[in-house]
Design a protein around this ligand. Structure first.
Ligand code: AMP
Ligand code: MN
Ligand code: MN
Length: 317
């Protein structure tokens, strides 16, 4: 059932024990919006915790509350009044739904592809980040912003908007960020922490750039990592940004074979709706940033995604 922002605030206000979760393979928005909401609810005197069914990249240790994020455990279910799923539909949350016995389920998201499968869903595709919705909620509830909340919300805003450069950045995004600065955020502290990479990761970026391929007559660029390469490379997050800047490229794709028949795909575009391509394969996302998982061997997955991208490019000509 779709709810409004004020109904979302009322659902949060009426719960005492709240568990917050977000998508697997969590990014700055998933972690920032989760911790931001946790600090906000705690400041209202509620019991709130964050459970994420994945590893949390160490770069996010700059965020207050990073150390208390836990993994859900199906064998020891947690009881709560409310489970809040952030930054995804309820499906990409690992075992969290099974590990939390909650009376109510609320989903807060900014993806246009949200499937509205939760008991209560609030989706705002016009917001650059789920953290921007958490900011909106601080204005619906009697919350006094703290530096802890501000650092987490700022991180979600900054990471999902490419540090306020992507097309999803609005004046509202920047006003929200400005308010976070008023509450103690130092932008360089966040960006320097998030930009840090181990030496080996920087070398891996070089190797990945060497592997970049152009297709669809130069309108698309891809980096395709087989299972052995994926296993060897610890962090591949920055690869896609390296190839989306190639002149003439409309769609950039990075595909990683995580298992023998499981390949994870990330896409970025300069305007063509890549969420539609992702949806064809059960994924989702935004017009200019989307992803999906292909349950097929590396070569088949590579051919399948390249064909789908090429088709979308020709249809757009
Ligand atoms: P990424 O390329 O992983 O940074 O993801 C780009 C966007 O697509 C993000 O907003 C993700 O939440 C979304 N996305 C990525 N993979 C999937 C998927 N398998 N299902 C739904 N949405 C996805
Ligand atoms: Mn996300
Ligand atoms: Mn997001």
């Amino acid at each position: 059932m779709i709810v409004t922002l004020s109904e979302t605030a009322a659902i949060l206000a009426s719960a005492q024990r709240v568990v917050i979760t977000a998508h697997e393979n969590p990014d700055g928005d998933a972690i920032g919006s989760s911790l931001g909401l946790m600090h906000m609810l705690r400041s209202l005197g509620k019991e709130a915790c964050v459970l994420l069914d994945d590893d949390i990249p160490a770069i996010f240790s700059v965020l207050p509350g990073y150390d208390i994020i836990r993994r859900p455990d199906e064998k020891e279910p947690v009881e709560a009044d409310l489970l809040v799923v952030l930054d995804t539909s309820t499906d990409r949350t690992g075992c969290t739904l099974a590990a939390v016995k909650a009376e109510h389920l609320l989903n807060i998201d900014h993806h246009q592809t949200n499937d509205n499968s939760a008991e209560y869903t609030y989706v705002a595709p016009g917001r650059a980040a789920t953290a921007e919705i958490i900011y909106d909620l601080t204005r619906e509830l009697p919350v006094k912003l703290t530096k802890d909340m501000a650092m987490c919300i700022y991180t979600g805003l900054a990471t999902d908007s490419g540090f306020f450069r992507f097309s999803n950045t609005t004046s509202h995004t920047m006003r929200a960020a400005a308010e976070m600065l008023d509450h103690g955020v130092t932008p360089n502290v966040i960006s320097e922490a998030l930009e840090q990479k181990p030496y080996q990761t920087v070398r891996d970026i070089g190797e990945a750039i060497e592997m970049a391929e152009l297709f669809a007559d130069g309108h698309a660029a891809g980096i395709f990592l087989d299972e052995a390469t994926t296993a060897r490379m610890k962090s591949t997050e920055s690869f896609i940004g390296m190839i989306r800047v190639i002149e003439g490229v409309d769609i950039a794709v990075v595909m990683k074979a995580k298992e023998k028949e499981l390949c994870r795909v990330s896409m970025r575009s300069k305007g063509i709706d890549v969420s539609k391509i992702a949806l064809q394969f059960g994924g989702g996302g935004h017009t200019r940033a989307a992803g999906c998982t292909l349950l097929m061997p590396f070569e088949d997955a590579k051919r399948t995604i390249c064909e789908a991208i090429s088709k979308a490019i020709w249809e757009n000509k």
